[in-house]
Design a protein around this ligand. Structure first.
Ligand SMILES: *Cc1c(COP(=O)(O)O)cnc(C)c1O
Length: 512
């Protein structure tokens, strides 16, 4: 076959149909047949197969390439649709969104400019307005789709930084004009005084953004959390005062609506009040909690409407395939901080003619039409449909918490507001802290290696814990108790092999 026969065009649509149908059939087969979320394949087992493929020798035939893909990927992939995948914030995907994915990559619109996307731009804009309306950001709100929460947080903090600097520069100019100060502060000196306040449980992308923005990790001040892992507002108020006293400029307070580990939601109304009083940009990272916008628990997000910017990850709690995320701002004009007019792409005259070029608002240039997936999801199943699915996993997490809390083999950290459970296996009382850590680390690894279920792990106050992230309504309470039994089995086996003095205790049933 000639190379040109692989180009998708009017003469090759039959090949397109056949090729994609073949691919869809293979995936359908895998999904129908997966009896475990994973085969437990190790990097050592898979690496030779991948390395052994000669990339200089194409197979030409799509069907042969798919056969090969079975060996190097599909057979041993991690399947998020499986009810016993309960590890990270990955959702099973809804079919309308997968349909959208197929359409958007074939048409391949790029949403940077109107002349590369046309209606796609309008669809993205409608979805930004829809999301901003659900949040309650007001008439001047705007935003942009991004690749994920990390990028959304980075862009929000970039806007917060530049908006803070703009306002401080205006203030300094007024002071110079008023004769209060002889010289305005250099931009460099100002940047070293910028601070971001966020809870100890916020996502690491906040600190990473600070580094990428040239502020360094020291710009991020960690505010302590309460026993439910929510930001302590008394401590936040204290930090705001301390910064003011020390001549530091708080460029943003980052509140989290759904922390990655605990699903805890910071007290948004109180934080909004403190930010308004101090004149500080409030960013809400709702990468995880955004699904509440469509749920009967919408009230958990009360206060989010007072934010200056919000991160939402549709690829977490809206059941969308990776990637699909957005950053929203209360004042659309602040997006001007990322605007650059390039002669070849989006010259200033196109802005004057009001041609909707989304690149004016984005830190990306060429950009996927991810919005189409959400569009088809809303048009086929509706927002309430998404909310129902998310509510179901939150209900399940509440039931699972009761099970865990009543089970003497385990200790659970907090009662979930969303759908995560952080807990650990408790060896007999005589076990020391190191052994407790090792048992839990081992149980997670052994479970992963078996492929029977996948759970996550995290560190709480210096100790190793296990974590369930429930995002699949198909995960039943029976699945959860079965996974707990598997964890206990792996832990028990480890203890009998490694737990020196703990061994004796194990043979006698522990009193609860
Ligand atoms: C997952 C997550 C992020 C990062 O989002 P990505 O889409 O993985 O880049 C940011 N914040 C929170 C609270 C998250 O849970």
């Amino acid at each position: 076959m000639s190379s040109r026969s692989h180009l998708l065009n009017d003469r090759t649509v039959e090949q397109y149909r056949r090729s994609l149908t073949d691919g869809v059939e293979r995936v359908a087969g895998k999904i129908a047949g997966a009896d475990r979320p994973f085969t437990g394949a190790t990097p050592e087992q898979l690496a030779p197969a991948v390395a052994g493929i000669d990339l200089e020798q194409p197979l030409a035939d799509p069907s042969a390439a798919l056969d090969e893909l079975e060996e190097v990927y599909l057979r041993d992939a991690v399947y998020f649709h499986h009810p016993r995948y309960i590890a990270h914030l990955n959702c099973p995907v809804v079919i309308p969104a997968v349909l959208g994915e197929a359409v958007l990559s074939a048409v391949n619109s790029s949403l940077d400019t109107w002349d590369q996307s046309a209606g796609g731009t309008l669809i993205e804009r409608r979805l930004i307005s829809w999301t901003a309306e659900r949040i309650g950001l007001g008439d001047d709100a705007d935003g942009i789709f991004t690749s994920g929460g990390t990028q959304s947080n980075l862009q929000a903090l970039l806007l917060a930084r530049d908006e803070t600097c703009r306002l401080l520069a205006l203030k300094a100019e007024a002071e110079v004009a008023g004769g209060e100060t002889p010289q305005p502060e250099s931009r460099h000196a100002l940047r070293s005084r910028l601070r971001i306040l966020t809870s100890a449980c916020s996502h690491f992308s906040v600190e990473k953004a600070a580094r990428m923005l040239g502020l360094g990790s020291e710009a991020v001040i960690s505010v302590p959390v309460d026993s439910e892992r929510r930001m302590q507002t008394v401590a936040l108020a204290r930090e705001l005062e301390r910064c003011e006293r020390d001549g530091l400029e708080v460029m943003a307070v980052v509140a989290t609506a759904g922390t990655t580990d605990f699903g805890s939601i910071d007290p948004l109304p109180e934080i909004a009040g403190l930010c308004e009083r101090a004149g500080v940009w409030m960013h809400v990272d709702a990468a995880y909690g955004c699904g509440l916008l469509t749920s009967r628990r919408r009230a958990l997000l009360d206060g989010i409407e007072r934010a200056n910017s919000v991160t939402v990850d549709y690829h977490k709690s809206f059941f969308q395939p990776v990637s699909s995320s957005a950053v929203l701002v209360r004042d659309g004009a602040t997006l001007g901080h990322v605007t650059y007019y390039a002669d070849y792409l989006n010259p200033e005259r196109s802005a004057k003619r009001k041609i909707p070029n989304q690149v004016d608002k984005s830190i990306q240039t060429t950009r996927r039409f991810d919005a189409l997936k959400l569009w088809l999801t809303l048009r086929i199943m509706g927002a309430d449909g998404i909310g129902e699915l998310f509510d179901e996993v939150i209900d399940r997490a509440a039931d699972a918490w009761k099970v865990l809390n009543d089970d003497p083999r385990f200790e659970v950290v907090t009662e979930p507001q969303l759908s995560t459970l952080v807990f650990r296996y408790l060896p007999p009382a005589t076990a020391d802290r190191t052994l407790t850590d090792q048992v839990n680390l081992h149980a997670r690894e052994a479970l992963f290696a078996s492929g029977d279920a996948i759970v996550a792990g995290t560190v709480v106050d210096g100790s190793h814990y296990l974590k369930f992230t429930l995002l699949n309504p198909e995960t039943t309470l029976d699945d959860i108790t079965a996974v707990l039994d598997l964890i206990a089995e792996h832990a028990g086996r480890y203890l009998s092999e490694h737990g020196t003095h703990a061994e004796a205790e194990l043979s006698t049933p522990r009193a609860s």
